[in-house]
Design a protein around this ligand. Structure first.
Ligand SMILES: N[C@@H](CCC[C@H](N)C(=O)O)C(=O)O
Length: 279
C-alpha cells in the first residue's frame, strides 16, 4: 500500500485534515481521528473531512462526493459549515468538481455549494429550526439561550457583556435531557442591525476560532429574539468573518476556504495510531 494522502485546510481558521478516500478503503477509527487532530502528536486540527464517493458508502445523494466529518475527539457529527466550504474548495482544486455550483452529501443531507472565482464558497445550509430554550453554565454563571437545529444541535446565548470576557477553556454545563447527544454552544453580541460577534464552544472539540453551523444558528436565534424569521447578518469570529442569510425555507453561509498543505502520512504512524490505546 502507498502512503496515505492528506491535505490541511481551514475556513475562518476552523481547521481540518482532509483524507481523500474515494473508494472508502481507509479504516478511519476514532483513535486515528483523535491522533490526527492532536496538535502535538499529530497534524493538529478541529476535525477530519474524509473525501469519499457517496456511492462507495452505498448512500443516495444528488452529489458525487460525501463529506464524512469527524470531530477532533473522534466523534461523528452530522454537519460542518466551515468544513463543507473547505471540502468544496478541495474538490475544485483537485479537478474533481467544476468551479460554480455542485452538491456535497453530508449526514444532515445534501448541501448545494457555489465555489466563487474569488475563492469564497456559499453553502445552502438547509433550514435552521428553533427547537426551544435551555440554559448553559459558564464558569458557574448561568445563561439562557435559544436551541437551534441546523442538522446538528446548537444553543445560542445573546449577551450584553462582551463575549471576549467569557472563559471557554472548560466544557460549559448544559442540560443533557434537552441535548442527549451533546450541543454546540454559541455566545453572541449583537453589534447593530445585521452584525454579530460570536465565540463558540464546539461539541467534540472545545473552543474553536469559528463554527459555520453555529453562525447560522446564531443569526436564526437573534432574528427569532427580534420577532422575525428572515434576515441576514455578518458574523465576526476570532478566525474571521462570514455572511449568513436566513429564510423560512433555508439558510446560506458564505465565507473563505483555504487549502494550506498537502502530504503523505507516515504508514507506521497510521498503523500505530489505529492500535488499541492509539499513540
Ligand atoms: N465546526 C463545524 C461544526 C462541526 C461539528 C460540531 N462540532 C458538532 O459536533 O456538531 C461548523 O463549521 O459547522
Amino acid at each position: 500500500m502507498g502512503g496515505i494522502e492528506f491535505l490541511k485546510g481551514h475556513g475562518t481558521q476552523n481547521d481540518f485534515v482532509l483524507l481523500p478516500d474515494p473508494s472508502a478503503r481507509l479504516d478511519l477509527t476514532p483513535e486515528r481521528v483523535a491522533a490526527l487532530c492532536d496538535r502535538r502528536r499529530g497534524l493538529g486540527a478541529d476535525g477530519v473531512l474524509r473525501v469519499v464517493r457517496a456511492s462507495a458508502l452505498g448512500l443516495e445523494s444528488a452529489g458525487e462526493w460525501f463529506m464524512d466529518y469527524r470531530n477532533a475527539d473522534g466523534s461523528i457529527a452530522e454537519m460542518c459549515g466551515n468544513g463543507v466550504r473547505v471540502f468544496a474548495r478541495h474538490l475544485v482544486d483537485a479537478g474533481l468538481a467544476e468551479q460554480g455550483e455542485f452538491t456535497v452529501g453530508s449526514r444532515a443531507g445534501d448541501r448545494p455549494v457555489v465555489v466563487h472565482p474569488d475563492r469564497s464558497v456559499t453553502v445552502h445550509m438547509g433550514p435552521a429550526t428553533i427547537t426551544g430554550t435551555s440554559v448553559t453554565m459558564v464558569a458557574g454563571r448561568p445563561f439562557s439561550g435559544v436551541a437551534v437545529d441546523v442538522g446538528n444541535p446548537h444553543l445560542v446565548t445573546a449577551l450584553d457583556d462582551d463575549v471576549a470576557g467569557l472563559d471557554l477553556r472548560e466544557q460549559p454545563e448544559y442540560d443533557h435531557d434537552v441535548f442527549p447527544s451533546g450541543v454546540n454552544l454559541e455566545f453572541v453580541n449583537v453589534l447593530g442591525e445585521g452584525a454579530l460577534r460570536m465565540r463558540v464552544h464546539e461539541r467534540g472539540v472545545g473552543e474553536t476560532r469559528a463554527c459555520g453551523t453555529g453562525t447560522v444558528a446564531a443569526v436564526a436565534a437573534t432574528l427569532h429574539l427580534a420577532g422575525t424569521d428572515a434576515g441576514e447578518a455578518s458574523v465576526d469570529l476570532p478566525g474571521g468573518r462570514v455572511l449568513v442569510t436566513v429564510e423560512r425555507g433555508g439558510a446560506t453561509l458564505t465565507g473563505p476556504a483555504e487549502i494550506v498543505a498537502r502530504g503523505e502520512l507516515d504508514e507506521a504512524w497510521w498503523a500505530a495510531a489505529g492500535a488499541p490505546g492509539g499513540l
